[in-house]
Design a protein around this ligand. Structure first.
Ligand SMILES: [Cu+2]
Length: 414
C-alpha cells in the first residue's frame, strides 16, 4: 500500500516538475542577488560554438552602494565565469581593459566594464554567466545565457607558447606523465607504509599493551630500521627530484599571488535623484511596488525606462529608448513579459521633482526564489533605474527600499 502510494506520488511529481535548468543560481540568498553586483549591458558573442571555438562575453557591472552589512566588501575580487564545470577554458579576461588574471580590490557604488573570452571544451548546452568572486562574500552571478557547444571533446586542443619560446601543443595534456609519476610514487610509498603497520594486530592488542606499560614491545628494531630507511629515501627522492626538475626547466616562474589594481570607470552621478517613500511586495499579485520622488538634476527631460534587479530586466514598454536597449538576442527568461508599469510616463523636466509609482509584476519573483527575502531580517531590495532622454542617452540611478509584504492585490495604472 505504502509502496503504491509512493509510486503514485513520485509519478505525479515527475509529471508536474519541469526539467532542472541552469545550475543553482536561484539557490543564492536573495540579498546576495539584489544588492551586490548589478550586471548590465551583458552580451554573448554567440549562442553556438564548436569545440576549440571561442565566445566573447562583455558587459558592465555596478557594485551596489547599499552592499549588505553582513557581507564582506569586495576588497579581493576576481572576474570569473559561471558555467557547469570546466566546459570552457577562459583564455582572456579584463576589467576596464586591465588583464584580470589576478584578483583586485573593487570599489562600491562604482561601475566596471568587463570582457572575457571562453574557448569551448566540452560539447553540450551550457548556461554561461559572467561572475564576480568576492573573497568571503562568494560568487556573484550575472545573467546566464544558454550556449551550445558542438563537436567532440577528443578534438579539443589548447596550444600555448610560453615566454621562453617553448611551444606547448596542448596544455590539457602537457606534463601529465610527471603528474602521474609523482602522484603514483607517493601513493605507492604511502600505501606501503600503511600496510607495513596494518598487517599486525591492531587496536585492542596495542591498546592493552599501552595500558600495561609495554608500549616499547610494540616497536621492534626492524621497525626502526624500516622507518629510518623511509625517512632517508623520502629526503633523497625530494632532493633528486628537485635537482632533476630544476635542470630540466632552469627558468620557472612561480604562480603569481599578487593583486592587480583596477581603476573604476569615471564616476557619473545619476541624472535623477531617487527618494523611495514606500515599497511593498504584493504577495498574491507577485508584484514589487515602489513609490518614489524622482528629481531630475540633469540637463534634459528624462523618462524611467528600466528597473534592473537580480539580473531581471523590467522594461517600460512606453519608453522607446528602453525597448530599443533590449537586444533581441538577450536571454528572455530574465526579461519579465509584463515589464515595468509606471504611473506617470510624462518626461520629468530638468529641476522637476515628481512622485511616481512603479510596479514590477512577474512570477519571476517566485520562480527566482527572491521572495524568500520576506523572511530575512534584512529585507532591502536594491536595483538600478535606467532613465532615458529624448535622444536616447541613458543615466543610471540606484534604488533601494524594504520589501514589505502585503497580502491584498492592488494595482498600479500605467
Ligand atoms: Cu545558470
Amino acid at each position: 500500500m505504502t509502496a503504491a502510494l509512493l509510486l503514485i506520488v513520485s509519478l505525479a511529481g515527475a509529471g508536474l516538475s519541469s526539467p532542472a535548468f541552469a545550475h543553482g543560481e536561484r539557490n543564492q540568498e536573495p540579498f546576495l542577488r539584489l544588492r551586490t553586483a548589478h550586471f548590465y549591458d551583458v552580451k554573448w558573442s554567440s549562442k553556438s560554438v564548436p569545440v576549440n571555438g571561442s565566445i566573447i562575453i562583455t558587459g558592465r557591472f555596478r557594485l551596489f552602494k547599499e552592499w549588505p552589512a553582513n557581507l564582506p566588501k569586495p576588497d579581493v575580487a576576481f572576474l570569473g565565469n559561471g558555467t557547469p564545470g570546466p566546459v570552457f577554458v577562459r583564455t582572456e579576461s579584463y576589467i576596464n581593459g586591465v588583464p584580470a588574471i589576478q584578483s583586485a580590490p573593487l570599489e562600491l557604488d562604482r561601475d566596471y566594464a568587463f570582457k572575457f573570452v571562453l574557448k569551448a571544451r566540452i560539447p553540450g548546452r551550457h548556461h554561461v554567466h559572467p561572475m564576480i568572486n568576492a573573497q568571503e562574500a562568494g560568487p556573484l552571478l550575472g545573467p546566464g545565457e544558454w550556449v551550445t557547444v558542438t563537436g567532440s571533446h577528443a578534438d579539443f586542443k589548447l596550444p600555448v607558447r610560453t615566454i621562453n619560446g617553448t611551444f606547448i601543443p596542448n596544455l590539457e595534456t602537457w606534463g601529465l606523465d610527471r603528474v602521474y609519476l609523482w602522484n603514483g610514487l607517493w601513493f605507492a610509498i604511502a600505501i606501503g607504509w600503511l600496510l607495513f603497520w596494518l598487517r599486525r594486530p591492531l587496536l585492542i592488542t596495542r591498546y592493552l599493551a599501552v595500558t600495561e606499560g609495554k608500549e616499547e614491545a610494540l616497536i621492534s628494531n626492524k621497525d626502526r630500521v624500516v622507518g629510518a630507511i623511509l625517512l632517508a629515501s623520502t629526503i633523497v627522492i625530494v632532493f633528486v627530484g628537485y635537482v632533476v626538475t630544476d635542470n630540466a626547466f632552469p627558468r620557472t616562474i612561480p604562480l603569481q599571488g599578487g593583486r592587480a589594481s583596477v581603476e573604476p570607470l569615471p564616476f557619473t552621478p545619476g541624472a535623477v535623484k531617487v527618494y523611495v517613500t514606500k515599497s511593498t511586495y504584493d504577495v498574491p499579485g507577485r508584484s514589487l511596488k515602489i513609490e518614489m520622488n524622482l528629481t531630475n538634476e540633469g540637463p534634459a527631460p528624462v523618462q524611467l525606462g528600466e528597473f534592473l534587479t537580480s539580473n531581471l530586466r523590467f522594461i517600460n514598454a512606453s519608453v522607446p529608448a528602453a525597448v530599443k536597449g533590449l537586444d533581441p538576442n538577450y536571454p528572455r527568461d530574465v526579461v519579465p513579459v509584463n515589464g515595468l508599469k509606471v504611473s506617470d510616463n510624462r518626461p520629468i523636466a530638468p529641476g522637476e521633482t515628481r512622485k511616481i509609482a512603479v510596479a514590477a509584476t512577474d512570477v519571476a519573483w517566485e520562480k527566482e526564489r527572491l521572495t524568500s527575502l520576506l523572511n530575512d531580517p534584512d529585507n532591502l531590495v536594491g536595483g538600478l533605474l535606467f532613465f532615458f532622454d529624448a535622444a536616447g542617452n541613458r543615466s543610471i540611478s540606484n534604488v533601494s527600499g524594504p520589501m514589505v509584504p502585503v497580502f491584498t492585490a492592488e494595482t498600479v495604472k500605467g
